[in-house]
Design a protein. Structure first.
Length: 612
């Protein structure tokens, strides 16, 4: 079976795919994006906090190394009494030279007459292990402490690889007692930062700038010749400059996803420098990138599985509905075919089961209509269908009771009235007669204008098979009720300008062929035989309002029949005269009268309800 194009919106599958799968896909996709961005932002926030903490540790590490010589000098001046100045100066110089990262130490003393500036100039001219002392021999420093530390001086003569700390030594009165100059390596300050958490240096570069954003030191050769942060026009450096105006520490991401470079800065607390670290965004954000890739892959797999499951069930559901639709079209054309297999017990399975029951009912209805005509009581028709040969063409010989009724003077009457009135009148008449015939389990063979041909055959009851005598009794009751109904018809449904009508009924019992007559495309349940023609002839002898029966029927039901008159008649097609009886039946008359009375009471009750 062709399933058609599932993408067409005029198909159920196409609409389900569009209005079910697409929204589900969009919801899952949007949920995944929201979840990813929320998780990513949380991870970035966590990373940013960790990065700031690492830079704080790195800054503390730099300051600790930078001020280790200063702390050493302060401890020495507080704990060692000033004695021989040259010896004390030697002790300071020797102690500072042993500090890691110190490349040169200079000590200069100043008298009360000497100026601080002169002492500084003298210090700048001193080399390693040199000392300039202006005090007299035998003089000594009093106990002094470091009261002020000058700003670091960038030593251009060292090629930008060192810096100098100048410390003024003040006495207890706050007067300058001397000056100590300590030259240290920048590489020492930045060395080993990765072990302190500044792991950016493993894949990036670092630099130090002063308060005016001028470079003090940098670790990357590509920055040679650079003087200030942002002088190259780099967007990331300018972004770092903007952040440094309002923040003491922060991280700034460059362009790209992930960013090509990430920068982080932290301002040192004890010296007007700012440490700036640069690293590869791909390396720094590697855990987040791995999470992103894993999340995307798992999301795609999850969506794919869900879409596959939904589409599988949608296609199955659409195929089942399409099968029902095609089968319904075949049933509409009269091709019932086989029942549809029930593959599930859900709502779809219930629908298929109901469809199969409907088709079975339609088949049964069509068989009733085709085999037994439209004028057979449905229950009686179902009973007939239970016979094995009910739907086959052909028949069998049976003794049945035949009844034929006809309106007297109907042909001259219809010539005087319009066709519309004729049809209206005959339809009303038939509605009375058909109801009575079906009530008595009679089978209408055909209508001949205003005439009706009916037969009654014995049928099995719940206890035993009906005898021909009981069948004759049913036929008698039917004939009597038909005559009573004719009187009600004249009383209630009389049409203006149309005189009352009378009906004659002829009845006969005899052997006929009973079965399906016609072809496979059109057939009906009927009777064939000479007895049928004889019944028609008997009916012609009945006067209006009479029931005329044949001698064979009279002989089988004489105990229940009251004869109003008997006579012989020469019938067409019959060589010898036929003895006939015009009869009445007390039981039938009483039953018909009771039924008429009951109907009249019902009508009176309805009229009273309408009046109320």
């Amino acid at each position: 079976m062709k399933t058609g194009n599932p993408l067409k919106l005029n198909t159920l599958q196409g609409r389900l795919l569009l209005f079910l799968i697409l929204p589900v896909f969009c919801i899952i996709f949007l949920w995944g994006l929201v979840t990813f961005f929320y998780t990513r932002d949380a991870m970035l926030q966590q990373w940013n906090e960790a990065a700031v903490l690492k830079m704080q540790r790195a800054a503390h590490f730099i300051e600790m190394r930078m001020f280790r010589p200063v702390e050493l000098i302060e401890v020495m001046f507080k704990t060692i009494p000033g004695g021989q100045s040259p010896l004390f100066n030697e002790l300071i110089t020797s102690a500072l030279e042993d500090v890691a990262g110190v490349v040169a130490v200079s000590v200069a003393s100043s008298s009360k007459d000497s100026s601080l500036g002169k002492g500084r100039r003298g210090m700048m001219g001193m080399g390693r292990h040199s000392m300039a002392m202006s005090r007299q021999k035998g003089d000594s420093y009093p106990h002094s402490r470091v009261m002020n530390i000058s700003s670091p001086v960038y030593d251009t003569r060292a090629g930008g690889k060192t810096f100098t700390l100048r410390l003024e030594l003040l006495d207890e009165n706050g007067e300058a007692m001397g000056m100590v100059g300590i030259t240290m390596e920048f590489s020492f300050l930045l060395g080993g930062l990765s072990s302190e958490g500044a792991d950016w240096l493993e894949s990036g570069k670092a630099c130090i700038v002063d308060a005016e954003h001028r470079y003090v030191f940098h670790t990357d050769d590509s920055m040679e010749g650079r003087h200030a942060l942002g002088d190259s026009g780099d967007a990331l450096e300018r972004a770092v400059q903007e952040k440094m105006r309002d923040h003491d520490h922060a991280t700034v991401a460059g362009k790209g996803h992930p960013p090509e470079t990430i920068a982080g800065f932290y301002k040192l607390s004890r010296i007007p420098w700012t440490m700036i670290l640069y690293g590869s965004g791909e390396e720094i954000l590697k855990p987040i990138i791995r999470y992103r890739n894993a999340f995307a892959a798992s999301g795609v797999c999850l969506i794919g599985i869900i879409l596959l499951l939904i589409r599988t069930h949608v296609v199955k559901l659409a195929d089942q509905i399409r099968t029902l639709s095609l089968r319904a079209a075949e049933v509409a054309r009269g091709n019932y075919g086989e029942t549809i297999p029930i593959t599930s017990r859900d709502e779809m399975g219930v629908l298929v089961e109901s469809f199969n029951e409907m088709v079975t009912g339609l088949q049964e209805r069509d068989m009733i209509r085709n085999s037994f005509g439209r004028y057979v009581d449905p229950e009686f028709a179902r009973m007939l269908m239970r016979r094995p040969d009910a739907g086959k063409l052909g028949g069998q010989r049976k003794e049945v009771v035949m009844l034929m009724s006809d309106i007297r003077g109907f042909t001259p009457l219809v010539e005087k009235i319009s066709p519309e009135i004729t049809i209206e009148m005959i339809n009303r008449y038939f509605s009375y007669m058909i109801a009575i015939i079906q009530e008595q389990k009679g089978i209408i063979v055909d209508f001949f204008g205003d005439a009706i041909l009916v037969f009654f055959e014995p049928h099995p009851s719940s206890l035993e098979t009906e005898t021909i005598h009981k069948t004759i009794a049913r036929a008698m009751r039917c004939a009597e009720k038909m005559q009573q109904a004719m009187k009600r018809f004249n009383a209630r449904d009389k049409i203006d300008g149309v005189p009352p009508m009378e009906m004659g009924i002829g009845m006969h019992t005899g052997q006929v062929i009973v079965g399906n007559i016609g072809s496979e495309s059109r057939k009906k349940y009927g009777i064939v035989g000479a007895a049928v023609n004889l019944t028609s002839r008997i009916q012609a002898t009945a006067k209006g309002g009479e029931i005329v029966v044949s001698r064979p029927m009279f002989e089988q039901a004489s105990e229940t029949i009251t004869v109003s008159r008997s006579f012989t008649a020469d019938l067409k097609g019959v060589q010898t005269p036929v003895f006939l009886y015009a009869i009445t039946t007390a039981a039938a008359s009483e039953a018909a009268a009771a039924a008429a009375a009951e109907e009249e009471e019902e009508e009176e009750e309805e009229e009273e309800e309408c009046d109320n």
